[in-house]
Write a protein that binds this ligand. Structure first.
Ligand SMILES: O=C(O)CCC(=O)C(=O)O
Length: 314
């Protein structure tokens, strides 16, 4: 797997340029200091948020619970007062608990005036802002967002490393059928078990406080918290009909079906999904390997030999 650090970085951008150069071509972008355009940048320190949202019961996922291996993160492992969770984070000790995709704006609509729907996005998803919190070293497994929306993730505290991968690599990432995630470990890629990974090209970056990352629809992301921190994501519907359709089908049919099958058949269902993902990736990897061999064979041959070979075939 090749990981490059080649995501475009800007310190400001107009909506027109963003649409022309990033949204329409579906190209990732980092906007340094994006949060400084909004009052939240100064206002939202952790003590303010604790005060403002402290008595909200928030849903948390425990990264140590392995049952999540088999299905999407939809049912939280526990709920806790937000103020208690903040105390855990502020202690700066290891914790497996993370707040994932929590719509705090629904619980505290007043937060919106500090960070409204960003000017780069339009559309019906403007009401949905999600918060993500986690301790240092927390990892968010590699996944695509289930609705296949475009995402703008703005970091308000701490740093995080994000690895992004174009959706065209979904098969080589061993996406489990009926889901939008994969079980591959990008920190320790196992090329014996997942040979298709060799052909994947990824992009990585480190988001710092105030930075925003544009993740086009369907882009895979794998996240590691380098410090404890929090971020907010806003979304805009996918541009292409294909991605809109895929998002709708995933949400309305594939995920519910996967949940039922998981409930009924548990580990057997997971084993079946892994087998299908392996077979698809294996076939594609063989195909790529064969094409690479043909290309390098052609390059080694003098032009007339290649020409003669073509003539003999015809
Ligand atoms: O920052 C995080 O914790 C996760 C972000 C994420 O997965 C998302 O925005 O879809």
């Amino acid at each position: 797997m090749k990981i490059s650090k080649n995501i475009d970085v800007v310190s400001s951008i107009t909506k027109e340029d963003f649409e022309k150069n990033y949204l329409k071509p579906q190209k990732p972008l980092i906007i340094k200091g994006f949060a400084s355009l909004y009052p939240a940048d100064k206002k939202w320190d952790i003590d303010f948020l604790k005060d403002y949202c402290g008595d909200v019961d928030v849903e948390l996922f425990d990264n140590n619970i392995t049952k999540h291996k088999s299905t999407a993160f939809t049912t939280p492992d526990l709920t806790m007062r937000f103020s208690d969770y903040v105390d855990i984070l502020k202690r700066e000790q290891p914790s497996n608990l993370r707040m994932f995709l929590f719509n705090m704006f629904k619980k505290r609509p007043g937060l919106k005036k500090y960070f409204p729907y960003p000017y780069l996005f339009d559309g019906i998803l403007g009401k949905m802002g999600f918060m993500f919190f986690g301790a240092k070293n927390i990892k968010v497994r590699i996944h695509q967002d289930i609705d296949m929306s475009n995402v703008l993730l703005t970091q308000f505290h701490g740093r995080k490393r994000v690895v992004l991968i174009d959706p065209k690599y979904s098969t080589l990432l061993y996406r489990l059928p009926f889901t939008t995630y994969s079980l591959v470990d990008l920190d320790n890629p196992d090329y014996e078990k997942y040979p298709g990974l060799k052909y994947v090209e990824a992009q990585e970056c480190v988001l710092e406080k105030g930075d925003a990352l544009f993740m086009p629809s369907g882009y895979w992301h794998y996240i590691t918290y380098l410090d404890w921190g929090y971020a907010v994501s806003y979304r805009e519907l996918a541009i292409s009909l294909k991605m809109k359709w895929r998002g709708l089908v995933s949400l309305a049919f594939l995920m519910p079906f996967d949940k039922v099958m998981n409930y009924l058949f548990g580990k057997k269902w997971l084993a079946y999904k892994e087998k299908v993902a392996d077979e698809k990736a294996y076939r594609l990897a063989l195909h790529i390997e064969a094409e690479n061999r043909i290309m390098s064979f052609r390059k080694r041959q003098p032009a007339n030999v290649v020409f003669q070979a073509q003539v003999n075939r015809s």
